[in-house]
Design a protein around this ligand. Structure first.
Ligand code: IMP
Length: 194
């Protein structure tokens, strides 16, 4: 149950991705946090997920003059030296899932994880970072119509289906984004502003 604070429990989520907005709305409804969605582009600096999220959150909160969250995510495959990692978006648009499966041909160790980092910033404070991870395996072929991007080639641990075969409600129960958003929401419940 959300506690009442001095700050209204409304947060501005900066993203151009409707999938992420829907996931956030579903998760935040349990915490009585209202999501305002703003599609404001922000510079994606070269760096790890933390750095990208910190920079993006600070940039957007200064531009909009209010507290915001941004999210940066990626697929990290151990046997490929954690590729595509922070290049996930670019690689999804170029190699695509077929290219990843080709790179993984004959590879025994198929361990991979999705990571999601939420960056929270206000115009006056240092950004806060919240990490969520879901572990799994790279499938041998694309399966399923749900979700987006790498979902059809990622089998979360404990399942024999890919994220592409699992309905959004199921994926949302334990996805990397669920975990990072939930960490943020728990922290935000007690946040009193600066
Ligand atoms: P973004 O820059 O944070 O939007 O995420 C980078 C890329 O990671 C996205 O463009 C997708 O290709 C991939 N990605 C992130 N989250 C997911 C997910 O939940 N399912 C599938 N692919 C994802």
């Amino acid at each position: 149950m959300a506690k009442s604070g001095y700050l209204s429990k409304r947060i501005t989520f900066i993203t151009g991705n409707q999938h992420k907005v829907k996931e956030a709305q579903g998760i935040f409804s349990h915490f009585q946090i209202e999501v305002e969605h703003v599609d404001l582009g922000y510079p994606e600096i070269q760096g790890d997920l933390d750095e990208v999220a910190r920079y993006g959150a600070l940039y957007a909160s200064k531009r909009l003059e209010k507290p915001v969250i941004v999210e940066d995510a990626g697929l990290f495959i151990r046997e490929l030296g954690w590729f595509p990692g922070t290049y996930s978006s670019y690689v999804q648009g170029t190699l695509k899932n077929k290219g990843i499966l080709k790179l993984m041909e004959d590879v025994q160790d198929r361990y991979a994880e999705f990571r999601s980092v939420i960056g929270f910033a206000t115009p006056k404070t240092e950004p806060e970072i919240f990490l969520g991870v879901v572990e799994g395996q790279i499938a041998h072929e694309e399966r399923g119509e749900y979700g987006f991007a790498y979902d059809p080639i990622f089998i979360p641990n404990g399942y024999d289906k890919t994220f592409g075969e699992l309905k959004r409600e199921i994926k949302n129960r334990f996805s990397h984004r669920r975990r990072s958003l939930e960490k943020f929401a728990l922290w935000f419940e007690d946040y009193r502003g600066d």
